[in-house]
Design a protein around this ligand. Structure first.
Ligand code: ADP
Ligand code: MG
Length: 452
């Protein structure tokens, strides 16, 4: 097999098994340099990528190479910028230089300097017992920047309003004093900017960009887990700001001590300020959120319908909003008056399931049936794509639909680690965002499960 083809195969497999962001970050501009005496030499664009691939992907790459070419014995990495890469990089840098400073906001309303989206404001944030502490801390920070709680660390599960709160802090600080320097960034963006800075010899600028702020907001910091270099740089950024009494705000899907492979010194920094969690919203909060949205969107829905939606989506405000949006669309397009029964039909595939009679066997059975695979095949260790995806779907359904814990899913699906399960769920969630076909597949599978 030709080297190019061999590498394509490996990349295809890697892509299936890691997030898009990390695939782009670590595998862009990689290639097989040579393959001699069973030693495959892979060229990578910089030392950062080299270190990362050696530490995190070595085994995976080797295994994947071997499954495609059995004579492969070992894999090594070298830094090599092919002339083509250098050219591309230069071009990109030039494009950045001459890019006109047209509009301060992109088409989503995101400010290009601060990364803040103007749609997130305190005013639209509904306060309830699940989030009042986090909200109060957020508000008080805007009035005492860098002096009372530093850092402010907000954690909670996905879809419960962390990003909304974080961005509201940024927007509010600028509203109170527009000379303040504010920057909002996800930890993934922080990582990819860091990688770019290293590639383009832009570290000084990167440091300046992050250390000049009065308020630095880092969203979803759990994604720093396992990224040693990024953590190192973030640690220095953190200290630099902290020493100058500049405010740092952080969010995560779990408390600092539950983030695996977070360096201890970062963990203790995170724990040194104020930690506030956001829980599931109670019924009144959910209903208030729905009512707020209908007022903003200028539609009037009956209480019966709003109550039905509020009852059906209890653990995720994003899903709650999504359901409301579906209903609103139905209202706008329907020629007949929409009644509760219509709403039930529209929402049923996405709705939290009646959980009582359904167990793991039903789910495996349905997925196996749907994809025409034997059930036991789904549990054996293999990286075959036709098995991997359905297996990920099983894990996703167990987690998202039936709220099993990650470790318990892992142990039921052939003794896998909880991180594997988390990864599987993220993967499927990611596919779902881009692939409506998959959404259909999963809806059919859900129906099969409920009809068993
Ligand atoms: P997270 O970052 O925790 O995953 P987000 O902040 O993205 O969650 O919230 C998901 C959606 O729910 C957003 O559209 C947000 O505006 C909305 N939302 C969450 N909590 C509230 C709340 N308390 N009041 C109003 N909207 C909320
Ligand atoms: Mg978020």
């Amino acid at each position: 097999m030709h080297n190019t083809e061999l590498w394509q195969r490996v990349l295809a497999e890697v892509e299936l098994n890691c997030s898009r962001a990390s695939f782009n970050t670590w595998f862009q501009h990689t290639a097989i340099h040579t393959k001699e005496d069973g030693i495959v030499l892979i060229s990578v664009p910089n030392s950062f990528a080299k270190e990362w691939l050696e530490n995190k992907f070595n085994k995976f790459i080797l295994k994947s190479l071997r499954s495609a070419a059995s004579d492969v014995k070992d894999v090594k990495f070298i830094i090599s910028s092919s002339p083509e890469h250098i050219k591309q990089r230069k071009k990109r840098a030039e494009e950045r230089e001459v890019a006109p400073l047209d509009n301060q906001f992109d088409f989503n309303g995101v400010d290009k300097d601060t990364n803040l989206n103007t749609r997130y404001v305190f005013n639209d944030f509904v306060i309830g017992s699940s989030n009042e502490l986090a909200h109060a801390a957020a508000i008080s920070i805007t009035k005492n920047l860098g002096t009372i709680y530093n850092p402010l660390f907000i954690y909670g599960e996905v879809g419960l309003g962390k990003t909304h709160l974080l961005q509201s802090i940024g927007n509010e600080v600028l509203k109170l004093d527009k000379t303040k320097k504010v920057k909002y960034v996800s930890s993934e963006k922080f990582t990819s900017e860091l990688v770019q800075a290293i590639q383009n010899r832009g570290m000084d600028r990167f440091k300046e960009e992050y250390r000049k702020n009065d308020l630095l907001i880092i969203d979803d910091v759990q994604f720093l887990a396992g990224k040693d270099k990024t953590q190192e740089e973030f640690f220095h950024t953190f200290n630099s700001l902290y020493e100058k009494n500049k405010q740092i705000v952080i969010s995560s899907d779990r408390p600092p001590k539950a983030i695996p492979t977070l360096e201890d010194r970062l963990r203790s920094r995170f724990e040194g300020g104020m930690i506030a969690d956001i829980g599931y919203p109670d019924y009144e909060t959910r209903l208030a959120i729905l009512k707020n949205k209908t007022v903003k969107k200028q539609v009037s829905l009956s209480n019966e319908i709003l109550e039905y939606i509020a009852n059906s989506f209890q653990k995720n405000v994003r899903e709650l909003e999504g359901a409301l949006n579906k209903v609103i669309i139905q209202f706008r397009v329907s020629k007949h008056p929409v009644v509760l029964d219509d709403i039930k039909k529209i929402l049923s595939p996405t709705m939290a399931a009646p959980k009582k009679n359904i167990n793991i066997k039903h789910i495996i059975h349905a997925v196996a049936q749907f994809y025409g695979i034997q059930e036991k095949q789904l549990l054996i260790k293999t990286r075959k794509q036709e098995i991997v995806r359905p297996r990920q779907i099983i894990m996703y359904l167990l987690r998202e639909e039936f709220k099993f814990s990650y470790p318990s899913i892992g142990s039921k699906i052939g003794g896998r680690d909880h991180t594997t399960v988390m990864h599987a769920c993220e993967k499927i969630a990611e596919y779902l965002r881009k692939d409506d076909g998959l959404l259909e597949e999963i809806n059919v599978i859900k129906k099969m499960i409920y009809n068993m």
